[in-house]
Design a protein around this ligand. Structure first.
Ligand SMILES: Nc1ncnc2c1ncn2[C@@H]1O[C@H](COP(=O)(O)OP(=O)(O)OP(=O)(O)O)[C@@H](O)[C@H]1O
Ligand SMILES: [Mg+2]
Length: 388
């Protein structure tokens, strides 16, 4: 019978080590990144924080699900930090970025001469994560062959390096994440059901940013603070914040972070302007026409205070054309619902509490007759432009 060997301490991993040649600003940013916590006042984020606190002390496998940029890696790091394994390594592996044939040796290591190019023996990520946490990111992209290998480690807690028959014992906590819908991947045969249930001992679903717009002010404040030591202070006026709250953020917090960085570059030590927001945000933002852009850059909002209490609209000092404004809102919501229902009018009508014929009439009014158009954002935006 093969003997299980406990792997000696691997120390901190390459991924956690910082080469001393990096500039101070990069080091400072990385240090801040390491202690980043999950920011948000929404009930969804509070719930995620509670789940992290509950699961962290256990050794349960955690599966974090959610769209890109929603903070899955941040959650994985928080679980590790709050666990009894915090003083041991946190080792991330992007299963989607490493080609299938290399992933096996990346995870389990290899012996010298195990394959062409294996000129020295090398420890894999399981060994490097000894006593700590292995974060299997983009697990939904893992090949069927590797899924079988991983399942065995989860079941038996042991593995072999490629080219070796010595069994190694793995004292590693597994946290996995994916933006994919694993249940539909199972239905189409791309993901193993048995592996899914192993990983899913404790699932955490990350809510998309568009479903928790009340988090935007505090997130923006935090993101500005993260950049603070590198550049001056940025103020976000109320109309800019409201425009951002009306956008749907397909790239979630990562996209928000990019927008804040852009505003920061454009307005060092000053107030951001609506016109500096990316085109897609302005377009998606109800009632923001070139005229509003000229008129609405007023009225600063205290960053950090939620603007959720406002109805989400802004009356410029010089007033506005109410009919045009309400039409824009109506068009925006029609657009959103059709988008969300992939162009299926009956479903979109249901979402809006309208009869199907009423929605069809409204679509005709706004020249939205071709349902297929709603399948492509670019076309949607082009139509919105025409009506402004
Ligand atoms: N609630 C939050 N509070 C503070 N920062 C956040 C929050 N959510 C995400 N971020 C920041 O947004 C960026 C993206 O987060 P992260 O990498 O964890 O997302 P992800 O879900 O793993 O994305 P992907 O699927 O694209 O890998 C990071 O810089 C992270 O610090
Ligand atoms: Mg990630």
């Amino acid at each position: 019978m093969e003997q299980a060997v406990r792997v000696p301490d691997a120390g901190s991993t390459a991924s956690e080590k910082t080469p001393s040649t990096e500039p101070q600003s990069v080091l400072a940013r990385r240090r801040r990144t390491c202690i980043e916590s999950l920011v948000g006042i929404s009930s969804q984020i509070q719930q995620v924080r509670t789940l992290i606190t509950q699961v962290a002390p256990s050794d349960a496998n955690v599966l974090i699900l959610g769209e890109s940029g929603t903070g899955k890696e941040l959650v994985a790091r928080s679980i590790h930090r709050q666990s009894g394994r915090a003083s041991r390594p946190f080792v991330p592996v992007n299963c989607g970025a490493i080609p299938g044939e290399l992933l096996e040796s990346e995870l389990f290591g290899h012996e010298k001469g195990a394959f062409t190019g294996a000129i020295t023996a090398r420890a894999g990520r399981f060994e490097l994560a000894e006593g700590g946490t292995l974060f299997l990111d983009e697990i939904g992209d893992m090949s069927p062959h590797m899924q079988v290998k991983l399942l065995r480690v989860l079941q038996e807690r042991c593995f072999e390096r490629v080219g070796s028959n010595k069994t190694l014992y793995a004292d590693v906590r597994i946290v996995a994440a994916t933006h994919r819908d694993l249940e539909s991947e199972i239905a189409t045969g791309r993901f193993r059901e048995d592996l899914f249930y192993r990983l899913e001992e404790f699932p955490i679903q990350m809510p998309p940013l568009r479903d928790r717009v009340e988090d935007l002010p505090v997130l923006v404040k935090t993101l500005i603070k993260r950049l603070e030591n590198e550049r001056g202070t940025l103020v976000i006026p109320k109309p800019v914040m409201e425009a951002m709250q009306r956008y749907t953020w397909p790239g979630n917090v990562r996209e928000l972070s990019n927008v804040v960085e852009r505003l920061r570059v454009l307005h060092q030590n000053s107030r951001a302007e609506l016109a500096s927001l990316p085109e897609k945000i302005l377009r998606a933002s109800v009632g923001i026409t070139p005229r509003h852009l000229r008129e609405a850059d007023n009225d600063e909002v205290d960053q950090g205070k939620s603007a959720a209490g406002s109805p989400g609209v802004h009356l410029p000092d010089q007033g506005l054309d109410l009919k045009e404004y309400l039409s824009a809102i109506e068009l925006y919501l029609i657009r959103e619902s059709l988008d969300r229902c992939d162009g299926v009018v009956a479903q979109a009508a249901k979402l809006l509490g309208l009869g199907r014929t009423t929605l069809v009439e409204k679509m005709r009014k706004y020249s939205v007759q071709d349902q297929g158009l709603w399948r492509r954002r670019a076309d949607v935006d082009a139509l919105a432009d025409e009506t402004h």
